[in-house]
Design a protein around this ligand. Structure first.
Ligand SMILES: [Fe+2]
Length: 162
């Protein structure tokens, strides 16, 4: 791990793994929500995630490497945190808020990961790969904006304040 190329490849493998984990996680989030708008946001972002995985595979191809995964402990930690609360038998409205909050956290992670990789691709003069990563970054940012809007508007009417 001594070159920008090593660092870039490691980061690509890490986010490639994260996106796969999020495919499953978004399915679970969708199953755990009864709220139409939230459910739709998860389902749309799951479809986008499939495209993101394909773009990453194109990126590996440009790099001349087969797509491989490196365990992404960042996303795994966030998903463990999600499961921790769901195992506490939350009221449905609390669960809804938690679903959106957990998804927002994963978006922040992904945004940081893509934001870190893009300048590395540029330094390696891999402009096409940088463009693909930019596309993923843009989708993550839009997903985050949508989720943030949902959580800001979300009122837990049936949940007591104390
Ligand atoms: Fe993603």
């Amino acid at each position: 791990m001594n070159t920008i190329q090593d660092l870039f490849e490691h980061g690509l493998e890490d986010i490639y793994h994260a996106e796969h984990q999020l495919l499953d996680a978004l399915e679970e989030l969708e199953a755990n929500t009864e709220h139409d708008e939230i459910s739709q946001a998860f389902s749309e972002h799951r479809e986008e995630t499939q495209d993101q995985i394909k773009r990453l595979e194109e990126g590996f191809d440009m790099f001349g490497e087969p797509p491989e995964t490196e365990e992404c402990e960042g996303i795994e930690g966030l998903l463990e945190e999600y499961e921790e609360l769901t195992s506490m038998d939350p009221a449905q409205e609390v669960m809804e808020y938690h679903n959106v909050a957990a998804a927002e956290k994963t978006e922040h992670y992904e945004i940081a990961a893509y934001g870190n990789l893009i300048p590395l691709a540029a330094q390696l003069e891999m402009g096409d790969a940088a463009d693909l990563l930019e596309e993923n970054l843009r989708e993550e940012q839009e997903a985050l904006d949508e989720l943030t809007g949902l959580s800001e508007e979300f009122e837990m009417d049936s949940v007591p304040a104390e």
